[in-house]
Design a protein around this ligand. Structure first.
Ligand SMILES: [Zn+2]
Length: 180
């Protein structure tokens, strides 16, 4: 493995990201992902600590990692209740970027309307490969990998990276929603 991308860091990298030629050690990889989630939450004003939130417990790595990252960002300032079903729109629903892309792209190809968002998602800009690595770092057992749509992987490797694909599909969803 190469050295961690962070120049001041002496650690060897433990993950090589598939979409960019950079390796990170565990600590700096966690920082990278937390920073991305934090930015997403801030830019889109997703969490307001004055409100109460639920988080859907489905025992997935996405559930455990969502909880971990929220705790790391907000600590006790955030009132978060673990629930077993979605009863309010202030419910954090565990998901990942690949799942979001797959469901949107599938609907797009079949010319069906893009599924609307249910609840709040905080990991929909984090790739499944990134979550699999976090699961390893956090020692989460039985983390299952997302099913991959072969077509998306092919598009991804040839023309686009998933981040831009996701952006485009979000744009389509917003247009369908009449937000634009
Ligand atoms: Zn490092």
């Amino acid at each position: 493995m190469t050295n961690c991308f962070i120049k001041s860091c002496k650690n060897k990298s433990t993950i090589m990201l598939s979409y960019i030629n950079r390796g990170y050690c565990d600590k700096h990889f966690m920082e990278l992902i937390e920073k991305r989630v934090r930015k997403e939450l801030r830019v889109n004003k997703i969490i307001d600590v004055k409100k109460k939130y639920n988080i859907l417990a489905d025992n997935s790595k996405e559930f455990l990692i969502s909880k971990y990252i929220l705790n790391s960002i907000f600590g006790r300032a955030l009132k978060l209740e673990v629930v077993n079903e979605i009863k309010s729109k202030n419910t954090i629903v565990p998901t990942n970027m690949d799942r979001e892309i797959n469901s949107m792209f599938d609907a797009f190809l079949k010319n069906k309307s893009i599924p609307q968002k249910i609840g709040i998602t905080i990991l929909d800009n984090v790739l499944d490969e990134e979550l699999m690595h976090i699961a390893k770092i956090l020692n989460i057992k039985n983390a299952t990998q997302e099913d991959r749509l072969a077509l998306i992987e092919e598009v991804n490797s040839k023309h686009l990276i998933k981040f831009s694909l996701k952006k485009s599909l979000n744009h389509v969803r917003e247009m369908e929603n009449g937000k634009n």
